[in-house]
Design a protein around this ligand. Structure first.
Ligand SMILES: *[C@@H]1O[C@H](CO)[C@@H](O)[C@H](O)[C@H]1NC(C)=O
Ligand SMILES: *[C@@H]1O[C@H](CO)[C@@H](O)[C@H](O)[C@H]1NC(C)=O
Ligand SMILES: *[C@@H]1O[C@H](CO)[C@@H](O)[C@H](O)[C@H]1NC(C)=O
Ligand SMILES: *[C@@H]1O[C@H](CO)[C@@H](O)[C@H](O)[C@H]1NC(C)=O
Ligand SMILES: *[C@@H]1O[C@H](CO)[C@@H](O)[C@H](O)[C@H]1NC(C)=O
Ligand SMILES: *[C@@H]1O[C@H](CO)[C@@H](O)[C@H](O)[C@H]1NC(C)=O
Ligand SMILES: *[C@@H]1O[C@H](CO)[C@@H](O)[C@H](O)[C@H]1NC(C)=O
Ligand SMILES: *[C@@H]1O[C@H](CO)[C@@H](O)[C@H](O)[C@H]1NC(C)=O
Length: 461
């Protein structure tokens, strides 16, 4: 099943008790932040084998096809997005070429971030994460693809266009979790798949100043409110099944679910030149994010961190929360004074957790535990700690806000991108084997049934 707890090596706890090599950072010093983030980035990239013999360019080792260890395809896309932000904040371009080539190797046969290789595990959220990564590339003027290859913006538009035609009438609208009918999870409609689409649509509206994207984002917002995945207090729950008209809501809360909506809402706020309706929504989501995920002002993955039952996917969520909070503060500046202090305390705590592994500085996830390494390590933990650190350059240096086509963004777009994509999903069914579980993102846990809240804890054991 899922690649749970791969990183809890038996030896880890022994090494963890030493904790003498914990990374340190002076959070008020730009050079200190950059040094520490660079170390974490370097250690993170030791997991990437795409450029070595036997590796696949752009993809971390992992399932499918080699369970139980490793990473699902989406997380590679998330890692490249994190490295784009890493470069944008720190100016360190060491990984730009490998990032650009990695993304370009995975654009897919139809140039829509949906390569056929991964059609046995393709969720709308998986495609969406790669979509958000190419959107970040456009917004930061990341080095453009060579002439003839689609621009970052065009790739994001392809993700939007392919997904915009997928919502159906079940549960009154919204995207399903999985793209293809033969995948387990096709009957599930969830917050992350729809949140990625909302996020990309809102950012495309802002980047291109095209109101069509806004309309789609607004429809998606209205839908998630209507099904109650985002409740009156702006808690964001995981999802529900079409057999129950999406009323069997799995109320587990993950930090990336709310954060993906928060950044989308901040883009809607910015695109509408500061409308009060989107200002209020940003405020409410922000308050909910802090209330649920920042006890003691330190980012905390409440659903799995207490007992470290996080899956490989979950170990990475704090990376997105920290980056998306920082981006929110740039385009909805009224939030900045509330966001930055919490990112600061989180970063100081995160650096202390980088005190384990063979080199004595691999990062755990348990930021609230100080220097006592929690015995876990992996790309997700590295990504999260690194992101927490580099966003703290915001108060220290001039970091450009996400660009738009009107403010210097040079990414080449194509409003019709993705319109040629395969529309016959059966053509994507793997030649061998039965129907596969959508390996997509975290919510595989709901497949274990009604006791999903607790069932997932045992998936990987
Ligand atoms: C692989 O690494 C080599 C040497 O570092 C580099 O020149 C090349 O561009 C890399 N290839 C890809 C596809 O990233
Ligand atoms: C698709 O998978 C095959 C087999 O693992 C691999 O050789 C190839 O490089 C992959 N292609 C892409 C674009 O990832
Ligand atoms: C199904 O859910 C949608 C969205 O909440 C709602 O609009 C619709 O009325 C529901 N249909 C039934 C038959 O309950
Ligand atoms: C925001 O303001 C700009 C400049 O005044 C204007 O061109 C644009 O149409 C406005 N956008 C919206 C969505 O109202
Ligand atoms: C929109 O974002 C820009 C940064 O690109 C920022 O300068 C501006 O103040 C934001 N607009 C509003 C209404 O906050
Ligand atoms: C959000 O929290 C802040 C600080 O606790 C509070 O002042 C504000 O009223 C809250 N906003 C909303 C919309 O609930
Ligand atoms: C983006 O900006 C360029 C240069 O200012 C302009 O030529 C182009 O038409 C714009 N594209 C869109 C989609 O607005
Ligand atoms: C705006 O986006 C929509 C949706 O992709 C597209 O059909 C339309 O051509 C775009 N308009 C412009 C002016 O680019």
């Amino acid at each position: 099943m899922l690649s749970t707890l791969v990183s809890r090596a038996a030896t880890a706890l022994v090494l963890g008790s030493t904790a003498v090599h914990a990374l340190t950072v002076d959070i008020d010093s730009a050079s200190s932040i950059k040094d520490t983030a660079a170390t974490i980035a370097y250690d993170m990239m030791t997991f990437y084998k795409g450029n070595q013999s036997g590796g696949i360019i752009g993809v971390l080792p992992g399932p499918p096809p080699n369970p139980p260890t490793g990473y699902y395809w989406w997380e590679s896309g998330a890692m490249w997005g994190t490295l784009i932000d890493y470069w944008h904040y720190t100016g360190d371009s060491s990984y730009n070429d490998v990032t650009a080539k990695g993304i370009q190797a995975q654009v897919g046969e139809d140039l829509d971030m949906m390569p056929r290789n991964w059609s046995q595990s393709m969720g709308n959220d998986d495609q969406g994460f790669w979509g958000m990564t190419v959107m970040s590339a456009a917004e930061t003027n990341f080095q453009n693809p060579p002439a003839g290859a689609p621009g970052w913006l065009a790739l994001a538009q392809a993700v939007f266009n392919t997904q915009a035609r997928r919502p159906d009438d079940e549960c009154g609208g919204g995207l399903r979790w999985q793209v293809y009918p033969y995948l387990t999870g096709y009957d599930y409609k969830n917050s992350i798949a729809n949140g990625c689409f909302f996020n990309i649509a809102a950012r495309l509206a802002r980047y291109t100043d095209n109101h069509t994207y806004y309309d789609h984002a607004e429809t998606t917002w209205d839908w998630i409110r209507s099904v109650g995945y985002m409740d009156a207090n702006y808690n964001v729950y995981d999802g529900g099944h079409i057999q129950y008209n999406c009323t069997d809501i799995n109320k587990v809360q993950f930090s990336y679910n709310i954060a993906v909506w928060l950044l989308g809402a901040a883009n809607m706020y910015n695109y509408t030149n500061g409308s009060t309706i989107w200002e209020e929504r940003v405020n409410l989501l922000l308050n909910s994010t802090f209330n649920t995920f920042f006890p003691d002002d330190i980012a905390y993955e409440v659903a799995c961190e207490p007992k470290l039952t996080c899956t490989t996917d979950m170990f990475s969520f704090k990376a997105y929360v920290t980056r998306w909070l920082a981006a929110t503060s740039l385009i909805a500046p009224f939030t900045r004074d509330r966001i930055m202090p919490k990112l600061k305390t989180s970063a100081v705590a995160a650096a202390k957790q980088c005190s384990g592994g063979d080199n004595g500085r691999m990062c755990g996830l348990s930021w609230s535990k100080g220097e006592v390494w929690d015995g876990t390590q992996g790309v997700g933990q590295q990504m999260a700690a690194m992101s927490a650190l580099f966003v703290n350059l915001l108060p220290l240096e001039t970091i450009a806000p996400p660009l738009t086509n009107a403010t210097g963004g040079t990414s080449e777009g194509n409003p019709d991108a993705g319109s040629q994509s395969v529309v016959n999903p059966e053509a994507m069914r793997p030649a061998t084997g039965g129907d596969k579980a959508g390996a997509g993102i975290v919510t595989t846990l709901v497949l274990v049934g009604a006791t999903a809240m607790f069932g997932w804890m045992s998936i990987g054991d």
